[in-house]
Design a protein around this ligand. Structure first.
Ligand code: NAD
Length: 338
């Protein structure tokens, strides 16, 4: 099913094909591209297994309005990356210049309950896409992986770390997809980019993610359940900084047959306690915190080294946690009381 084809302006530039284009990060990326007049083909299967598909339809409405107001070509295709005949048709009917793959089942904890489902969604889906990209001669592919591939490590996480030990089936599925990507690039001369974002937050964030869940609990006077003793640290990164990183990476020129990998974080990890304090400040409310044992798979810290992205495409995160949380609280309140 295709939306937007009737009145989408004819595109003279190649399309950027964004899979998972109605999700949290995907919808921000598509918004940024359309805002700058870049034609976008977005694919999404409105996956029910992670969160309410209606939220993706709200994103579709925002993106369709923006495309109309900017006069930028935009098409949404309801479909799955596993559907090879569909992907083949998309590539044969449209000149695609670059693929950005964000389609995945995200999240550490749900992956412990359904490891096989995560491998099917995150590895097989990406490999199907790569196989069709190769057949269609699409040479540039950006794969959005995750900081979860690193596993538990002290200090900063470096892209060239030879010892990646994911702590969850989710992290493992992203690492397997990365490895397959490197093989395919080598075999068939694709120019590959792997991006590893670190705990992304901001408007439209997935409802089960920590910041969204904590804010919901705080504003409804419910206790906040914190894993461990609150000292667990995350390199929380605002979605607009991640989108700027993806856009920088899209413009990179990569040698055929090579995959380059970049972290997209802030390099300023924050403890869960510090996060709660910042949320209290942003909402002017006091949290009732309950500590619970951390489930398996949770990393004690994440900390991005971002020198490579800064040097090679000028990646420079701009949104600090305080400002980012205020922005998130504003969006949340507006959504609840439009
Ligand atoms: N949010 C984060 O903190 C974070 C951090 C690191 C990496 N990532 C990665 O970024 C990507 C986007 O994450 P998000 O937080 O926006 O999640 P999301 O669930 O909001 O977005 C993923 C989108 O992909 C769609 N989708 C899933 N499987 C699909 C398939 N087989 N075919 C077509 N569409 C499919 C879903 O319907 C959803 O809209 C994922 O690959 C995730 O692993 C996210």
């Amino acid at each position: 099913m295709v939306f937007g084809s009737d009145n989408a302006p004819i595109s003279s530039r190649p399309w950027t094909f964004v899979t998972g284009g109605l999700g949290f990060i995907g919808s921000h990326l598509v918004e940024s591209l359309l805002g700058d007049g870049v034609p976008v083909l977005a694919l999404d299967n409105l996956d029910k297994s992670t969160y309410n598909p209606m939220l993706r339809l709200e994103n579709l409405s925002i993106l369709s309005k923006l495309a109309r107001s900017k006069g930028t070509a935009f098409r949404f295709i309801l479909g799955d990356t596993h559907n090879r005949p569909l992907i083949k048709t998309i590539f044969s009917a449209n000149a695609v210049g670059c693929i950005v793959d964000l389609a995945a089942r995200a999240g550490v904890r749900p992956s412990l309950l359904d490891p096989v489902g995560y491998i099917q969604a995150n590895v097989e889906g990406f490999v199907s896409l790569l196989a069709e990209a190769k057949e269609a001669g699409v040479r540039k592919v950006v794969y959005v992986s995750s900081s979860s591939v690193y596993g538990n490590k002290p200090g900063r996480f470096f892209e060239d770390d030879p010892e990646l030990n994911p702590g969850s089936p989710y992290g493992m599925s992203k690492l397997m997809a990365e490895r397959f990507f490197a093989l395919y690039a080598r075999l068939y001369g694709l120019s590959g980019i792997v991006l590893r974002p670190f705990t992304v937050y901001g408007p439209r964030q997935r409802p089960e993610m920590a910041i969204h869940k904590f804010l919901n609990q705080l504003l409804h006077d419910r206790p906040l359940t914190i894993f461990g003793d609150g000292s667990m640290r995350r390199d929380f990164t605002h979605v607009l900084d991640v989108v700027a990183g993806i856009r920088g990476a899209i413009e990179l020129s990569i040698q055929p047959g090579v995959v380059q990998t970049y972290n997209l974080g802030t390099s300023h990890p924050v403890s869960l306690f510090a996060l709660i304090e910042a949320l209290e400040e942003a909402t002017n409310k006091k949290a009732d915190v309950r500590l619970v044992p951390a489930p398996p798979g949770e990393l004690f810290q994440t900390w991005a080294d971002i020198k490579k992205a800064r040097e090679q495409f000028g990646y420079c995160p701009k949104v600090g946690l305080k400002e980012g949380l205020s922005d998130f609280v504003r969006w949340y309140n507006k959504r609840v009381n439009p």
